[in-house]
Write a protein of this length. Structure first.
Length: 388
């Protein structure tokens, strides 16, 4: 039996901020879900199942939050599924929801991901000691900085590459009304001179801590035909994982990321990612990861990702815009950050991205990673239904 084509007909996200003290946790997820349903022209009874995702429970200290969020998401008496794959969870959650539609288990599924970092302490929650070495890490930046330094040594990237990415993404965020950071006076020089946190990662090259949520409505062909606005169609999606530490692990370009991208491209019939993809929303919590992921995902040759960034190709007006929404560098509710990448990719091919719309975008890539560069989730969406 062939898979049912999966369409994204509704997308909603909250206003993101350092602290959303105006809403409770249920209120936060409901804000995103309500907007997604309105976009799809549906209401709570139209949803057959809910798939919920977030980062580790110990961030907020609320265990199995899906139990207390069911009422807020109209899921009373309906199947509710919880997904967790560290920072990539937003992407994984969307893929699990899509699989339920593709397998014809449910016709219309609401998927939601969120984080309320103001009610947690992710910095120290992510400072777990690594085996066989002194506990000297301070948050995710302390873990990833050595991998960035390894990339610089391997590729010969100049020292200002991270600043170029950060300046680009924060300027893009000014076009996105939902973005957390709107730094109107940010200049490239200010990024370059911001305090060093984890050498070579500077303050302005890091993601913020955000409260926020994202939701999507996924449905089948019949549901897509009834939608009031153009849908985005899923052309390929995949998840891959590998251990955090093992002999020979390549932290600069993890095999799980390469394999995940290869599978997605195969499903979507993409043979030349650099030219077949119109826009990419990549999970870049530290600016140096843009060139690193460009190489890992086959969008740039090995050692050449920084050159693509420096050339302006990844700018909003470049030929491969990366993170036109402002990306994780501008908005980071950890559990929802991956779904935001997937949702923003879908908005692009629907032509509904507003002031950060890439003209003529027909195929877009959404990407998420998590843990110690060990969990990966990707999807590729298009303006047209996939070939059968």
């Amino acid at each position: 039996m062939t898979k049912e084509p999966v369409a994204v007909t509704g997308i909603g996200q909250t206003r993101h901020a350092a602290a959303r003290r105006d809403v409770s946790l249920p209120g936060l997820v409901r804000e995103a879900a309500r907007r997604a349903l309105d976009d799809a022209g549906l209401d709570w009874p139209d949803v057959e199942a809910v798939v919920l995702g977030k980062a580790p429970d110990f961030f907020e200290g609320v265990m199995t939050p899906e139990l207390c969020l069911a009422d807020a998401l109209g899921a009373t008496g309906k199947p509710v599924l919880r997904v967790h794959t560290a920072g990539s969870v937003g992407g994984s959650t969307a893929l699990v929801a899509a699989s339920l539609v593709a397998a014809r288990v449910h016709r219309t599924v609401l998927t939601v991901a969120y984080e309320k970092q103001s009610e947690s302490n992710a910095m120290w929650a992510l400072s777990l000691p690594v085996p066989f070495q002194p506990p000297l890490l301070a948050g995710a930046g302390g873990f990833f900085a050595p991998h960035v330094r390894a990339y610089i040594r391997r590729s010969g990237a100049p020292a200002d590459t991270g600043a170029l990415v950060a300046h680009k993404d924060r300027r893009n965020a000014l076009r996105n009304p939902f973005a957390h950071l709107h730094e109107h006076d940010l200049t490239l020089e200010k990024v370059r001179s911001s305090p060093m946190l984890w050498d070579p990662i500077r303050y302005s090259e890091t993601c913020p801590s955000s409260d926020g949520a994202c939701a999507m409505v996924l449905t089948d062909r019949t549901g897509a035909a009834r939608a009031p606005r153009p849908p985005a169609w899923l052309h390929g999606g995949a998840m891959r994982s590998e251990p955090t530490l093992f002999p020979g692990k390549d932290f600069v370009s993890p095999r799980a990321g390469r394999d995940c991208a290869t599978d997605v491209y195969r499903q979507a019939g993409v043979t030349d990612p650099r030219h077949d993809i119109d826009v990419a929303e990549l999970y870049v919590p530290f600016s140096w990861y843009e060139p690193m992921w460009l190489e890992n995902l086959g969008l740039a040759e090995e050692g050449q990702g920084w050159r693509l960034t420096a050339s302006g190709a990844t700018a909003l007006d470049g030929d491969l815009p990366v993170n036109p929404s402002g990306g994780v560098l501008s908005t980071n509710p950890i559990g929802a950050s991956g779904m935001l990448r997937f949702a923003e990719a879908a908005l692009q091919v629907r032509g509904l991205a507003g002031d950060h719309q890439v003209p003529g975008a027909r195929r877009a890539l959404g990407h998420a990673y998590g843990g110690g560069s060990q969990f990966f989730a990707m999807w590729l969406v298009g303006a047209e239904p996939p070939a059968t």
